[in-house]
Design a protein around this ligand. Structure first.
Ligand code: XUL
Length: 508
């Protein structure tokens, strides 16, 4: 039996997914929830309370306690950890951990991970992707480099990205900065703990830092020096996601693991999800319909979004991937549902039957919250029709068509026609939304049965890197299609026209 473990360290918890790569079976799943299982960290949603709503930090020791707890669960459950042949992982992107030594200390199995790493932290907390406190740093970097940063690193300077976060720390806490000898992402930090060595940062997660040059796949010396004095010496090496970062440390024998098994370089949650939903090759896009909606896809060529809303990261299967985040996803769908006061059956099914594709040209810009794509700082609902006289079913079709059109408009910079789009997340169960996406994109819409795509993606990457099993074989075994919705070809001209009208409304 060849088992591979994928660890997913996300905002609210840590999960383990274990796959049997030969038989195509998910053989184990374990989960630690930070709020529920580690209440001593006072982080019910995975981050520490802060009087400044723009600041979002987590305690890295909480992640280490979660790792010990996750493995204890596996041991208590008598999971045969000794049969695991390789491990990789996924970290919430952009978050950073600051150490006062280049490598962790030799780990003593009689102590916990947290108590041994605590003295090595040069900064007690880790800013995470939800932090928005670096507007000044982003403005400074943008003033200095303009479009060059996007053209080299795949994204303009972004508040949650690690470079601006590092710059703020170096300026505001100079003593701690001088004492910092190594900066890790969440992914490379936890990978370093597993191998008890300094693990590299992969091209997937590294591209979320505003520091990695995606032309050379190495640190961009100019951006690194401009971000903070002495930064280059504090960064780990960069590596492809399929490299072996090191060997599992003897510390983990106490959970039954075999010390010395390969630990594959970790990546970010979005690059791992690309693999976990079986979309590592160009031609297939993924739409994740959650609180926010995200659109991502593998790309052969490195091209960037001229509007600066979409991001480019390294694809763990080689090449690149896009990531576009639409803040007003389920958030906006739920607001419209509340406005018209109907149940989910009406929203997800009936509304589409009572209306016609195109909805007589009705469109809306549903910015109930400030929007990332396109960048809108002042929230507000805008429509090209009289809201008060529209019927409930018309408003529901309108939000769905408008969201599909904004996704098509703001993913066009990739220059790909997607024949296949895989949908995941809560709202993907809506037949109306799936048909609208199929018609707007003129693509087949596939649903898949994957639950934790980031954790599964990490396990698949471990199997690919260690046993050299091709990704396509693993996708076939673990990410098969459950249902396909076909596009209506005759609606293509209608939605081409609506896209033009939507763009005009948005520009106005
Ligand atoms: C991506 C992003 C989030 C985090 C947490 O840029 O900020 O998706 O990776 O999931």
């Amino acid at each position: 039996m060849a088992l591979y473990l994928g660890i997913d360290s996300s905002t609210q918890g840590m999960k383990a997914e274990i796959i049997d790569a030969e038989n195509g079976k998910l053989v184990g799943s374990y989960a630690v929830n930070f709020g529920r299982d580690l209440p001593q960290y006072n982080s019910p949603d995975g981050f520490l309370p802060n009087s400044d709503p723009l600041v979002r930090h987590s305690d890295p020791l909480m992640w280490l306690d979660a790792m010990d707890l996750l493995f204890s669960q596996m041991k208590a459950d008598k999971f045969p950890t000794e049969t695991i042949c390789g491990i990789s992982g996924s970290g919430q992107q952009h978050g950073s951990v600051y150490l006062n030594a280049p490598v962790p200390p030799v780990l003593d199995p009689s102590k916990s991970l947290a108590e041994q790493i605590k003295p090595v932290l040069s900064r007690a907390t880790a800013p995470i992707w939800m932090d928005k406190s670096t507007r000044k740093e982003c403005e400074q970097l943008t003033a200095e480099f303009g479009a060059e940063m996007r053209l080299n690193t795949g994204s303009p300077a972004i508040e949650r990205f690690t470079g601006p976060q590092i710059r703020k720390f170096a300026v505001t806490e100079p003593e701690k900065w001088e004492n910092t000898k190594r900066i890790h992402l969440v992914s490379s930090f936890l990978c370093s703990i597993l191998c008890d060595a300094s693990a590299p940062i992969d091209y997937g997660d590294g591209a979320g830092m505003n520091l990695l040059d995606l032309h050379t796949l190495n640190w961009n010396q100019k951006f690194v020096s401009a971000t903070a004095h002495g930064l280059l010496g504090k960064l780990p090496a960069v590596a492809a996601s399929n490299r072996i970062a090191g060997r599992l440390a003897p510390y983990f024998e106490k959970y039954g693991f075999r010390a010395g098994i390969p630990v594959v370089v970790w990546s970010g949650d979005n690059p791992n999800s690309l693999i976990g939903v079986g979309a590592g090759s160009p031609g297939t896009a993924v739409i994740s319909l959650g609180t926010s909606d995200t659109f991502f896809a593998a790309m052969d060529e490195f091209v960037t979004d001229p509007e600066g809303c979409g991001h480019v990261f390294g694809n763990p299967a080689g090449g690149f991937m896009s990531l576009i985040c639409f803040t007003n996803g389920s958030l906006a769908r739920e607001k419209v549902k509340a406005m018209v006061n109907v149940d989910w059956e009406f929203f997800d099914v009936t509304s589409a039957k009572l209306t016609k594709p195109g909805n007589n040209g009705k469109l809306m810009l549903p910015y109930f919250e400030p929007e990332n794509t396109p960048l809108v700082t002042e929230p507000g609902l805008r429509t090209n029709f009289d809201l008060a006289s529209a019927k409930p079913e018309e408003l529901i079709r309108c939000i769905m068509e408008s969201q599909a059109l904004t996704m098509r408009r703001h993913s066009a910079w990739q220059g790909q026609h997607f024949k296949r789009i895989r949908v995941t997340g809560g709202a993907s169960k809506s037949p109306a939304l799936r048909q609208i996406l199929a018609d707007v994109f003129q693509a087949e819409i596939e649903t898949i049965a994957v639950r934790n795509s980031a954790g599964l993606g990490a396990a698949i990457r471990a199997a690919n890197a260690v046993a050299k099993i091709p990704f396509e074989d693993l996708y076939g075994k673990f990410c098969a299609t459950v249902e396909t919705v076909q596009p209506h070809a005759e609606l293509a001209p209608l939605y081409d026209q609506m896209l033009k009208d939507f763009s005009a409304l948005e520009t106005r």
